[in-house]
Design a protein around this ligand. Structure first.
Ligand code: ADP
Ligand code: ZN
Length: 433
């Protein structure tokens, strides 16, 4: 189902004409209103009028996360507080939080993007949608809620946590759609099994999961456990929140970008040069619709590649590959670059273990060593030490063969790893303890 065919299936010419007009408007908007950008432009000898084509985007200054922190809380806001109707913020686990102010129109645009996302996942006004993303400062809960309101489905604002209640609501209210992080979906599935509720027998048929990296193998695992079709939502507070991009029924490992709202580029993270379509690098977004805080060329640290094609779903919106990690999640183990998601893919193919794991980095002499704790299935755990050791050796060999690094794998007892209610924390850096 396509929510806005005129935009989602627009010809490239039409889309690019629209993008250029909005880019020019946005550049003039921030130049006139945000001293941070005006100073940057002035020091580079740039004027808004220098943006004559979409290629000129590459001339504009990049914005990084520390710029947001340095201008905390509202230094990058381009409108007076009178025009701001809502303020979200990201968790700020690594410092001051990132703020996201919105005008009334920004909120409407955001709802439109989320509605496109939900509709692409097959959600209509007939659905009962259980939103189990956190409500509050985090953009997930209220963001998804906004799209549901536009579609007109029945929304259950469950928020995250109180997992037993999530299962009860799902069963009693007959939720047909679940929105949450993929790791929380697993937690809910497990709780349901403990409660003797078979989710596969419930009316639940679609999941809209995101806000953290998850592999295709994890998607299949969740689909299997819940008897649903799992779709994806991608976004970040700095740009608007959920639904910057979304997957369609094609599920080819790519997502469509709402490119009438954000212009996407992929750059080489070291040289900062723009890379051609199809090359892997760091994703950079320019918000061209937002008025409260439109960021220019924001470096997401998410690693992906872009693809331009007419999708079999009919959409022409630019595609980005599923994000399997941020550049700052990348581990360097014995000189090899490793993303936690690569380990996840391997673990999910081992039938003896649960999809619950943590990676621990330790210092070993001058080198960094990686160990993986993964939960054994109850029936495997009961078979005793020899069986566990055999499975550990098997996983270690698989990781060595696929990623090329030596790791220590430990099978831990069922339910011993802390369950996620939001974004899962799967990497522990014991070097910093
Ligand atoms: P925080 O920085 O506190 O985590 P956000 O919710 O704004 O706050 O996080 C946005 C980030 O979450 C993205 O830059 C990306 O790294 C990650 N993310 C969001 N959706 C997805 C997704 N579908 N797949 C992978 N990563 C995602
Ligand atoms: Zn598609």
């Amino acid at each position: 189902m396509i929510w806005n065919e005129k935009i989602e299936c627009a010809s490239l010419d039409r889309m690019q004409a629209l993008q250029l007009a909005k880019l020019q408007e946005t550049v003039a908007w921030v130049y006139d209103r945000v001293p941070f950008y005006r100073d940057k432009f002035d020091s580079m000898g740039l004027k808004p009028a220098d943006v004559q084509s979409l290629d000129d985007l590459a001339k504009l200054p990049l914005t990084v996360k520390t710029d947001l922190r340095d201008n905390y809380p509202f230094g990058l806001c381009a409108v007076p507080m009178d025009d701001v109707v809502k303020i979200h913020a990201s968790s700020g686990t690594t410092g001051k939080p990132i703020t996201g102010p919105y005008t009334a129109d920004d909120i409407n645009q955001w709802k439109e993007c989320v509605a496109r996302n939900l509709h692409a996942a097959g959600v209509s006004k007939k659905d009962i949608v259980q939103v189990a993303y956190g409500y509050g400062l985090f953009t997930g809960g209220l963001g998804l809620q906004g799209g549901c309101d536009l579609i007109g489905c029945a929304t259950i604002p469950a928020s995250s946590g109180m997992t037993e209640r999530q299962v009860t609501i799902m069963r009693d209210f007959g939720s047909t759609v679940l929105c949450c992080t993929p790791s929380y979906a697993l937690t809910i599935a497990e709780k349901a099994a403990d409660m003797g509720v078979d989710i596969r027998e419930l009316p639940l048929r679609v999941g809209v999961f995101g806000a953290e990296p998850w592999t295709i193998e994890m998607r299949q695992e969740i689909e299997e456990r819940m008897g649903i079709r799992a779709h994806e939502v991608y976004g970040l507070t700095e740009l608007m929140g959920p639904s910057v991009s979304f997957d369609c029924q094609q599920q080819d490992g790519f997502m469509h970008i709402n490119e009438d709202h954000v212009l996407a580029e992929v750059i080489d993270p070291v040289t900062e040069e723009v890379l051609p379509l199809g090359e892997k690098g760091e994703l950079v977004f320019t918000a061209i619709q937002r008025r409260a805080m439109p960021l220019l060329r924001y470096r997401t640290r998410d690693i992906t590649e872009l693809r331009r094609e007419t999708c079999s779903c009919g959409r022409t919106l630019l595609k980005m590959k599923k994000v399997l990690g941020r550049s700052d999640d990348m581990l360097i183990i014995s000189g090899v670059n490793v993303f936690p998601s690569q380990v996840e893919s391997i673990l999910l193919e081992v039938p003896e273990v649960e999809p619950q794991y943590v990676l621990i980095i330790r210092k070993k002499g001058y080198l960094d060593a990686l160990s993986v704790d993964v939960e054994a299935k109850a029936e495997v755990y009961d078979q005793g030490e020899d069986k566990l050791q055999a499975v550990e050796k098997l996983i270690e060999a698989k990781i060595r063969g696929t990623i090329g690094i030596g790791v220590k794998v430990r099978l831990v007892p069922p339910k011993s790893i802390e369950r996620s209610e939001g974004k899962a924390k799967r990497v522990f850096d014991a070097r910093k303890l």
